[in-house]
Every structure is written in C-alpha cells, then in structure tokens.
Write a protein that binds this ligand. Sequence first.
Ligand code: ADP
Length: 160
Amino acid sequence: MSKIAVYPGSFDPITYGHIDIAKRALKLFDKLIIMISVNPTKKTLFTAEERKWLVEKALEDVKNYVTVVINEELTVKKARELGATHIVRGLRAVTDFEYEFQMTTANRVLDDTIDSVFFMTDSRFSFLSSNNVKEIARFKGELDAFVPEIVKEKLKEKYL
Ligand code: ADP
C-alpha cells in the first residue's frame, strides 16, 4: 500500500524552505499532498488559486509524486478523506516548536490515527519564512537565494 502524507501550510508564497521539506518528505512517503490551507482570518498576499499554481510550478520536477489541493476544512479531516496517514511539517528553529507542539496535540485529540512528522530544514533555510520573503520583495531586495524564479516574478508583479 502506498504511503501518503499531507503537507499543510499557507505557502504565501512557497519558498526554498518549503521545497526542501517537501523533497525530504518524498524520501519517506510515496505521495505528498500539499494542502494550501485557507484561513479566512489570515490575510494573504496571494489567493489560494495563485498559491496552488505557484506550488505546482515550483515542484514540477517531482510532479508525479505531488498533488496540490486547496483546503477549507480541518487538516486532519481532509487528510483522512484523502487517504493520508501522516501530516508533514517543517521545523526551522526552537521557536517553531511551541506552535507545532500545540497544533500536533490538538490534531491528535481530533484524530489519533493521523500522526505528524517533522523534518528539520537545511541550515541555509532556517531563517527563511514567507513573511520575510514578502518583506524583501516589498523593498525590492534580491530574492534569488529564497524563492524559485517563477515565485520571484509573481512577487514582483504584486509589488510593482
Ligand atoms: P503556516 O501558516 O501553517 O505556518 P507556512 O506556509 O508558513 O504555513 O509553513 C508551512 C510549514 O512549512 C510549517 O511547518 C513551517 O514550519 C514550514 N516551513 C516554512 N518555511 C520553512 C523553512 N524555511 N524551512 C523549513 N520549514 C519551513
């Protein structure tokens, strides 16, 4: 039976940090479903459809093993519907731990059959977040080390 995991997040936009985690997860799982989480209380720069499109473009080289979905439900509920057994998340620094610990505990209460697994990012990306990428883009900074070309182009369009 193939092993399927979901990788939920805002991906606003996808960065090399997310890509690093997705590729590490693909060494363990046969299929990865990237879940673009829609949270109406969270203001995003890109629409869910734009974020999905950018994730697909950024992971084109592993497209046979990756599916991208937009999710408006609870992560564990959607994960189960899609036949996933695990939730993948990335850890950058200790600061991520507290939040991830709370989320995992809550998810476990909701559905104990879906477990979370964490991958530590490459040290090159441990200070990288979608938020600081947006900040750099807004001030027209150099983005080559942080995001693929297509993401860079779309960020430039947003901050003309
Ligand atoms: P969320 O809004 O759910 O935190 P993000 O898109 O910011 O969504 O992140 C999704 C997941 O990817 C989280 O587990 C986050 O810790 C991880 N992640 C984000 N940036 C990086 C990075 N540079 N290195 C490793 N993991 C990362």
